[in-house]
Design a protein around this ligand. Structure first.
Ligand SMILES: CC(C)(COP(=O)(O)OP(=O)(O)OC[C@H]1O[C@@H](n2cnc3c(N)ncnc32)[C@H](O)[C@@H]1OP(=O)(O)O)[C@@H](O)C(=O)NCCC(=O)NCCS
Length: 182
């Protein structure tokens, strides 16, 4: 089965192939080199094994992976579906060509189809490129997380609301008495 999703400017966009060990190795290497936060192999496997449908890669004409986005979707407090973008990396040789934008767009399109209510992520407060990229899609800065990363940098939490449910502030709602819960 081909995992090819689309071809843009001679680069091919694919859905992750869970049976391809080489693809897994290429992805983990690309992320380990270019993301500031060191992730263990178990973190990659957690995402890729549980949500292979939410990992998209970009390959060059030599079939080498030069870009990847890894996400998941899960119910949040049993009232809404939350998408989460865990990692996004483009090989420096291929940056500023719109590749990350294409991957984020693909992720938003697929999460929308899967009835996701909001998409969340964190990024370093000093990562101007990533902030510009996500804010161009409508992501909003909702929190500053003090010393969130191992390198002691703060993070911004960004959220893209997709449906009205995203605006429900469930944390502040009173709990129903037990006898009323059916
Ligand atoms: C951030 C990153 C993913 C951007 O990838 P990219 O393919 O170069 O991004 P795009 O070409 O799609 O850029 C889209 C928009 O993002 C913004 N942007 C991207 N890189 C930027 C930079 N270095 N400085 C300022 N703005 C930038 C711009 O607004 C750009 O639109 P424009 O080209 O019309 O100005 C890439 O630089 C990267 O892999 N960085 C290291 C890992 C990382 O920081 N990941 C994100 C962590 S959450």
């Amino acid at each position: 089965m081909s995992n090819l999703l689309r071809t843009i400017n001679n680069l091919t966009y694919h859905r992750f192939d869970i049976n391809d060990q080489d693809e897994f190795k290429q992805i983990s290497k690309l992320i380990a080199i270019h993301l500031s936060e060191p992730y263990s192999i178990y973190v990659y496997w957690y995402f890729l094994n549980n949500w292979p449908q939410y990992c998209y890669t970009v390959k060059n004409d030599k079939s080498v992976i030069i870009g990847v986005i890894i996400s998941k979707i899960e119910p949040h407090r049993e009232v809404r579906m939350r998408g989460y973008i865990g990692m996004l990396v483009i090989d420096p040789e291929y940056r500023k060509m719109g590749i990350a934008s294409n991957l984020v767009k693909l992720t938003i399109e697929n999460m929308t189809q899967d009835n996701v209510d909001e998409i969340m992520l964190e990024t370093e407060v000093i990562n101007e490129g990533a902030l510009k990229l996500y804010e161009s899609f409508g992501f909003l800065r909702t929190k500053r997380l003090y010393r969130y990363y191992l390198n002691t940098h703060d993070a911004y939490r960004l959220i893209l609301p997709l449906t009205d449910k995203a605006h429900t502030r469930i944390a502040f709602l009173p709990q129903l008495p037990q006898e009323q819960v059916t």
